[in-house]
Design a protein around this ligand. Structure first.
Ligand code: ATP
Ligand code: MG
Length: 270
C-alpha cells in the first residue's frame, strides 16, 4: 500500500493543508498500539539482520517544531532494539569550532557506518530552518544550501545509506498544550525553555521554512514524510511502519558461512 504521508514530487505540499490529527488516519488507539508493538518486534529482527549483513546503513532524520515529539519518537520506536546497532545524534546550536567549518562538516561525521541505524534528532535542516528564520546568515548563503543538502544526501545514498526524513507535524494548539504540561508538571519542567515560547511566536515563518525544506529537498533517494503527530500513538505507529516497510524493501540478509562447519568439529570442549 502507498504510504499516505510520503511527499509526492509533482505536488508541492502546503503544511496548513496537511492534517496534524492522527485520528484522520486511524480511529482506534488500542488497535494502533497493538500494530505498533508488532511492528517494533519486526524492527528488532530487521536491525539484527542489517547489523549482521554489515553492508548498508539506515539514516533516519527527525525534524519538528519545538515539543513536536522527536525525543518521544526515538524513545518509543527504539525500545527493545539492540543498543549496539543503533546510535542517536542530537544537533544543538553549533559550537565555535563547528561554525568555523562548512555547515555539513559536523553532520558528515555522524552519518551511520555499515550495518548501523542512526537517528538524527535535528539535523542539517536546521541550517535552512532556525538559521533562516532568525537571519543567522544572509539569504544568499542559506538559499544555496538546499542544493548542497540534496547533493550530500545523494553522496550518502550512493555509498550504501538509505535515508528517511520525518517531519513530525503538530498544530500550534498542541504545541502550547505541551508547553503548558512542561510548565505545570514537575517531572517535565526540565524540558521547558523560555526560548521555545519566543520561537513559537514565529510559527508561520517556521512553517514556511519547513515547507521550502520539504519541497526542495524531497527526492526519490531521500524522501520526506509528513507525520500527523498530535496523537503520539499514531505518530509512533506511522514512523515505525515506514521504517519497517523500508527495511523489508532493503531486505538485509544474514551472511552465508564462508567456511565449512564440518571442518570445525567441537567435541565437548576437548
Ligand atoms: P527539545 O525539543 O526536547 O527541547 P531540543 O532539540 O530543542 O530538545 P535544545 O537544547 O532545547 O534541544 O535546542 C537545541 C537548539 O539548537 C534548537 O533551538 C535548534 O534550533 C538549535 N540548533 C540546532 N542546529 C542549529 C544550527 N545549525 N544553527 C543554529 N541553531 C541550531
Ligand atoms: Mg528545545
Amino acid at each position: 500500500m502507498k504510504n499516505p504521508h510520503r511527499l509526492v514530487a509533482s505536488k508541492p505540499i502546503k503544511l496548513s493543508r496537511c492534517s496534524t490529527n492522527g485520528k484522520d488516519f486511524h480511529s482506534e488507539r488500542e488497535v494502533a498500539e497493538a500494530e505498533f508493538f508488532t511492528l517494533r518486534e519486526e524492527l528488532i529482527e530487521w536491525q539484527q539482520r542489517l547489523y549482521a549483513e554489515g553492508e548498508r546503513s539506515l539514516l533516519i532524520v527527525l525534524q519538528a517544531m519545538d515539543a513536536g515529539g522527536k525525543d518521544g519518537t526515538i524513545r518509543h520506536v527504539l525500545r527493545g532494539v539492540n543498543p549496539q546497532g543503533v546510535r542517536v545524534s542530537s544537533f544543538k546550536a553549533p559550537s565555535t569550532l563547528e561554525l568555523s567549518h562548512d555547515f555539513l562538516w559536523r553532520i558528515h561525521r555522524e552519518v551511520p557506518t555499515r550495518g548501523m541505524i542512526r537517528f538524527f534528532n535535528r539535523s542539517h535542516y536546521e541550517d535552512v530552518l532556525i538559521v533562516r528564520v532568525k537571519n543567522l546568515v544572509p539569504k544568499d548563503v542559506w538559499s544555496k544550501r538546499y542544493d548542497r543538502i540534496n547533493e550530500f544526501e545523494r553522496l550518502l545514498t550512493d555509498s550504501g545509506t538509505t535515508i528517511l526524513k520525518f517531519f513530525l507535524h503538530i498544530s500550534h494548539e498542541e504545541q502550547h498544550e505541551r508547553f503548558r504540561a512542561r510548565l505545570t508538571q514537575p517531572e517535565k519542567l526540565w524540558k521547558f525553555s523560555p526560548d521555545d515560547v519566543e520561537e513559537s511566536k514565529h510559527w508561520d515563518e517556521y512553517q514556511a521554512a519547513f515547507e521550502d525544506a520539504l519541497n526542495k529537498c524531497h527526492t526519490e533517494h531521500a524522501p520526506w514524510f509528513v507525520i500527523p503527530s498530535d496523537q503520539k500513538w499514531y505518530r509512533n505507529l506511522a514512523v515505525c511502519r515506514t521504517i519497517v516497510e523500508t527495511l523489508r524493501e532493503m531486505n538485509p540478509r544474514y551472511p552465508k558461512a564462508v567456511w565449512n562447519p564440518d571442518d570445525y568439529p567441537l567435541e565437548n570442549g576437548k
